[in-house]
Design a binder for this molecule. Sequence first.
Ligand SMILES: Cc1cc2nc3c(=O)[nH]c(=O)nc-3n(C[C@H](O)[C@H](O)[C@H](O)COP(=O)(O)O)c2cc1C
Length: 342
Amino acid sequence: MKDHVDDILRRKSDHLDVILAGEGAFDRIDAGFDRVRLPHCAAPEIALSEVDLSAEFLGKRLAAPFLISSMTGGPTRAGAINRNLAEAAEALGVAMGVGSQRVALEGAGDVGVSSDIRRWAPTAVLYANFGAVQLAQGYGVAQARRVIDMIEADALILHFNPLQEAIQPGGDTDWRGVLAAVEVLASSIDTPIIAKEVGFGLSAPVAWDLAAAGVAAIDVAGAGGSNWAKVEGARAGSDHVARVASAFGDWGIPTVEALRACRARLPETPMIASGGVRHGVDAAKAIALGADLAGQAAGVLQAAVDGPEEAAEAIMVAVEQLRVACFCCGVTRQTALRGLVF
Ligand SMILES: Cc1cc2nc3c(=O)[nH]c(=O)nc-3n(C[C@H](O)[C@H](O)[C@H](O)COP(=O)(O)O)c2cc1C
């Protein structure tokens, strides 16, 4: 058990190194935002100061439609990273998903995700997290309640990462029964469940199945940003694993494609777009394409490593970019961006 947990901790720490080093960890394909245009309005007839970025998601108010996407790290660094991000989420009124809480559940430390997060972000919207595949391997209502209670979470994120697990030595590769287990869980807890990928995208049929299973919201988490097959390949320390991973550099559904398809299939489902969101203009395009929130992980990681001011500044820049994009489209509310793409 201890070896198993040590291995998870080592792997999480390696993930941070690979992502921060940049090279080799990102997709060869892009998320698709550069091919989406928003209609510039040269006579907006509104004041920049009146643009309202506030959002409502799963019954909670946010000051701006942003999610700091779930990130775990190794035991030593994740605490500081999470604190910087949690304080930024609290100060700026954006949502934050914590990284996987599996290690904490297995009783071997907290990987920086503990009840402290709620202390650092007493009023922020926080989402708990573990892997959906764990539901097919014994996790259920008890584990879900524990991760939710640990941070007094407003929702539980289940991540769907079959490619990452398939590449990772010792990964969880038996996904039989996961959807049925999600359905049982969703009908047994009151806290809403959000289903996400980790950067290869949810297809419309999968999103549909998840919604039918009782998931309250989905995060398409598409391709074009962090590529977890390549990250696992880069950290494995094995030529064999690296060679298997090397063919998956352009795998997955680009974020824009996943978002368009999922929104068309599920017009009413609360939806997050993440995966390769670089800045607030990408966020504006995601909202125009039907997202309710835009999520960023790798894009804010370096700032979160650098310190609390840097983390807050990175998010403030994205918020300001979104505000200017709304202004230059001539809309006073971010929600009015919906459908404006051409
Ligand atoms: C260092 C790091 C750790 C991550 N850990 C988790 C995790 O524990 N749980 C999860 O659901 N997603 C995790 N992710 C995936 C992100 O939440 C996100 O879905 C993915 O990185 C795509 O977004 P991006 O292109 O903005 O990085 C992690 C991402 C990074 C960069």
